[in-house]
Ligand binder design. Structure first.
Ligand code: NZQ
Ligand code: ZN
Length: 391
């Protein structure tokens, strides 16, 4: 196990109806906040009215900015920064999925930062002051942003989608209520489960020795995600299953499962290229990338892949490691299919003439030395081969 330092100050409030307490939970923490949300789902579900009433009852002043798009874009972030500065908002309440929360985090750091917020994402600048505090009410369990120190923003002007991480970006408060997920379309549940699972893959498949505790925690969380998503595929109104899936999604990405482990994030780097250029949903892109990536790298560490195949995918243990691993990957593909997820670039709606060489170059450009880390480090040509295998 490697050295680590872990800081997680998020107050995490979980349970049916807890969103009604948002005013009480924020009382005394803000003089005026920005209420930030997406394209309208919270208005259709009635959550918007409930939140506004709760803020009014607690005497909390607020301004608002809706319209965050999936794969949230820089333009909305810039609008939010200007609005918060003009109105002297001192806190941001994000009500939505990962896109709304990431947009809120980018606005929060852009308000405090002296320079250009996009240059934080490109690595040209370092955050010059602590971001404004962010609170969240989660409406889609998937990205894990409700308890992660990360934000991912798209800049359509440059066809880039880039992440930024800072320990002060973990929300001060996140409220998670399973009944808020009952209005989600089936495909969003599937994208979300796929994303959660990949957040664990990026941590679990490591060459770091001595990780038995976090291996076991990873395996339990992976099994739970797969079981509960399969239940929700049959019973989308099963609130108890949503509760387990949502908690799994937070645990998958708050880095408890990654403590002391060398991590990869290569599938994410590759997928962000697909989302940046073709605006595909993040979870759908991952369903295409992950099996092709596993095929490309498992031989570098067959032991950890065989352990996963047996402990998570239910393959019988055997000395024929290749057969065990291949069967594990086959079962993963079958589970993606069961959830209705795409398996090829074509099924993702990406044209045959897609410039995978440029996407491989883009993915490698954001990693040290142009190399994508993991159980097997990939250079640009190897990254391109993974994209080719997805066609
Ligand atoms: O915009 P509205 O109208 O709210 O509709 C949204 C959106 O169209 C809809 N939705 C959300 N909650 C709903 C609902 N529809 C009905 N009922 C509800 N309760 O769902 C659609 C997708 O929402 P989005 O927020 O885009 O999805 P998700 O939560 O999967 O977030 C994806 C984003 O998170 C980033 C991804 O790259 C992507 O941009 N990620 C962020 C991470 C982080 N900050 O730590 C880590 C992840 O790896 C990921 O990269
Ligand atoms: Zn993800």
């Amino acid at each position: 196990m490697n050295h680590f330092s872990y800081y997680n100050p998020t107050r995490y409030v979980f349970g049916h109806g807890e969103y009604q307490n948002v005013g009480k939970l924020l009382h005394g923490r803000t003089k005026k906040l920005l209420l930030h949300y997406g394209g309208g789902s919270i208005k259709r579900s009635g959550l918007y009215n409930a939140v506004v009433n709760a803020l009014n009852d607690a005497g909390i002043a607020f301004i608002e900015l809706g319209g965050v798009k999936p794969n949230p874009c820089l333009e909305t972030v810039r609008t939010g920064i200007a609005l918060c500065r003009e109105e002297q908002a001192d806190c941001i309440l994000a009500v939505g999925g990962g896109s709304v929360i990431d947009s809120a985090k980018a606005i929060a750091m852009g308000c405090a930062h002296q320079g250009d917020v996009w240059k934080l994402f490109t690595g040209e600048e370092q955050l010059s002051a602590p971001p404004l505090p962010v609170a969240t009410i989660l409406t889609l369990p998937a990205a894990g942003s409700e308890n992660s120190p990360n934000t991912v923003i798209s800049n359509p002007a440059t066809n880039r989608k880039l992440g930024y991480g800072h320990e002060l970006l973990r929300p001060m408060l996140s409220i998670v209520c399973p009944e808020l997920f009952l209005t989600l379309p089936q495909e969003q549940m599937a994208y979300g489960a796929c994303d959660m699972l990949c957040h664990i893959f990026e941590r679990y498949f490591t060459n770091t020795p001595g990780t038995e505790l976090t291996d076991a925690l990873c395996e339990a969380t992976m099994r739970t995600i797969m079981q509960q998503a399969s239940i929700l595929r049959q019973e989308p109104g099963n609130e108890a299953a949503w509760a387990q899936l949502a908690l799994s999604g937070t645990i998958a990405h708050n880095n408890i499962l990654g403590l002391g482990r060398e991590q990869s994030w290569t599938c994410h780097a590759l997928e962000h290229e697909l989302s940046a250029v073709y605006d595909v949903p993040h979870g759908a892109g991952l369903a295409v990338i992950v099996p092709a990536y596993f095929d490309a790298v498992w031989r570098a560490n067959p032991g950890i892949f065989a352990q996963w195949a047996v402990n998570v995918m239910g393959v019988s243990a055997s000395r024929d490691t290749e057969r065990v691993v291949q069967e594990g990957i086959r079962r993963l593909r079958a589970w993606y299919r069961e959830l209705g997820l795409p398996q090829t670039l074509q099924e993702l709606g990406i044209p045959a003439e897609a410039d995978v060489a440029a996407m491989a170059a883009g993915a490698c450009s954001v990693r040290a030395g142009g190399i994508l880390p993991g159980v097997k480090a990939l250079n640009q040509a190897e990254a391109q081969a993974v994209f080719e295998a997805c066609r």
